[in-house]
Ligand binder design. Structure first.
Ligand code: ADP
Ligand code: ASP
Ligand code: MG
Length: 419
């Protein structure tokens, strides 16, 4: 039997009527002759609510219990989706991660897949079940504890199942009808892309375009999964949505293909740190151990014999997700108390956002940075930190200018037209 993976995100299963709508799409594929693995997210808003409860109960929570709580939203949807399909006379059953069993690493709240054995689900298909509804976002660690894959992780569950079961395609049903040049919710000129290269999608996702979780794109690229993003609210067929595919299969010739943003960033500066070998390691080691995802890093030019410090000193600035500021602060203050790092002050700015332009054409074109900086300057947006790689340029700016910056960059690179 040919097999499809269909994933429905939170807004697509937000209430019973929407679950029914999604189930109808599944039924249609079953009628076309497919066995279907359906991956479901928690109902819209549910995961945020669960995270809120955990944080209120225990600000520096035990990640194993966080996962136990936060994974539960998907269990509800999986059961409801299976029931809805049964009501439509489609033979279906639900699977929680441990029942498959989906084996992951024990990095709680950021676990990675180790193995998805096919036997149990294959046996049910052989018995005549047509649909396996799997709770997304979750798995089980080698220690037998429930794990989660990081926010947006159901996308990754979907791609991993598509790879493990050799699915013909992995369809990600969501609340937009494809991948756009930027988030269509903040730029009305955003244009839907027919196709996007794995590498560009990977970069856009990792820079904040939450339409696909980064890891899902990584897996799709590695296992050559045919990955498609499409609307769960419209009638769709084989040609709908955006296909994420190899670079060679794309006709567009834009240097920049998309603009991404990440709203919830924070900038932390260690003021007057000693400037000697080993200092960066002494700062970023404890941050890594505390689970802080440090993103951009800037070290200022050193000053000699500053104030109370003999020898050279510098300021060290880095960015991280805003919800990790408390962890980062604690790690740095503990390291200071232990005497492993010395600094005068820790300045935290929680009012920043990151805006990035992405495009594989940047590999062979100069001048993208100049165009980007000029466009931001024209709108009076001050740049606080810059980071570049082969196919992206990111800037950290005041959050209040984020939407303005996204629109300005979308215009500056003429993304509303295809060529
Ligand atoms: P789901 O709940 O289905 O997983 P998400 O909210 O995680 O959906 O992702 C879909 C959202 O991603 C869209 O509603 C849109 O606002 C946002 N988004 C950000 N960047 C893009 C982009 N480049 N193209 C399409 N959607 C984007
Ligand atoms: N429910 C989880 C989240 O909101 C996983 C997902 O929807 O992909 O992050
Ligand atoms: Mg999502």
């Amino acid at each position: 039997m040919p097999l499809l993976v269909m994933k429905f995100g939170g807004t697509s299963v937000a209430d019973l009527a929407r679950i029914k709508n999604a189930a109808q799409k599944v039924k249609r594929e079953v009628e076309r002759g497919y066995d279907v693995i359906v991956i479901v997210s928690a109902m819209s808003g549910k995961t945020n609510e669960l995270v809120g409860w955990v944080e209120q109960t225990s600000p520096l929570f035990d990640a194993r219990e966080y996962d136990a709580v936060v994974s539960s939203g998907e269990n509800v949807t999986a059961g409801l989706m299976a029931l809805t399909l049964q009501e439509m006379e489609v033979p279906a059953r639900s699977w929680q991660g441990w029942q498959v069993p989906i084996r992951t690493t024990s990095q709680h709240s950021a676990a990675r897949f180790l193995e998805i054995p096919r036997e149990n689900i294959d046996a049910k298909f052989a018995e005549g079940f047509k649909v396996a509804v799997v709770a997304g976002f979750q798995g089980m660690s080698p220690e037998g504890r429930i794990t989660t894959l990081g926010r947006g992780g159901s996308d990754t569950t979907a791609v991993a199942f598509a790879a493990a079961f050799g699915a013909e395609r992995c369809d990600i049903y969501t609340d937009v009808d494809g991948v756009y040049t930027t988030d269509p919710r903040i730029a009305s000129k955003a244009r839907k892309l027919e196709k996007i290269a794995y590498e560009e999608m990977l970069e856009l996702a990792s820079l904040g375009a939450k339409v696909l979780q980064t890891r899902s794109v990584e897996l799709a690229m590695r296992y050559k999964v045919k990955l498609r993003v499409l609307s769960s609210f419209e009638d769709t067929d084989e040609t709908s949505g955006t296909l994420v595919c190899d670079e060679e299969d794309i006709m567009e010739s834009k240097v920049v293909s998309g603009v991404a943003y990440s709203r919830d960033e924070a900038k932390m500066t260690l003021v007057t740190v000693e400037d000697r070998p080993g200092v960066a390691a002494a700062i970023f080691g404890p941050l890594a151990e505390a689970g802080v995802n440090v993103d951009m890093i800037v070290q200022n030019i050193s000053e000699k014999d500053y104030g109370s410090h003999p020898g050279s000193v510098t300021d060290m600035t880095f960015s991280c997700p805003i919800n990790q500021v408390a962890r980062a602060r604690k790690a740095l203050e503990d390291a200071k108390a232990a005497g492993t790092i010395v600094y005068d002050d820790l300045v935290v700015d929680t009012e920043v956002a990151k805006v990035s332009v992405v495009g594989i054409g940047m590999r062979s074109h100069a001048g993208v940075a100049a165009t980007m900086f000029k466009a931001l300057a024209a709108d009076g947006v001050n740049i606080k930190v810059i980071a570049t790689s082969e196919i992206k340029i990111s800037v950290l700016i005041d959050r209040k200018y984020m939407e303005l910056a996204v629109q300005a960059l979308h215009d500056a690179f003429a993304l509303e037209t295809a060529n």
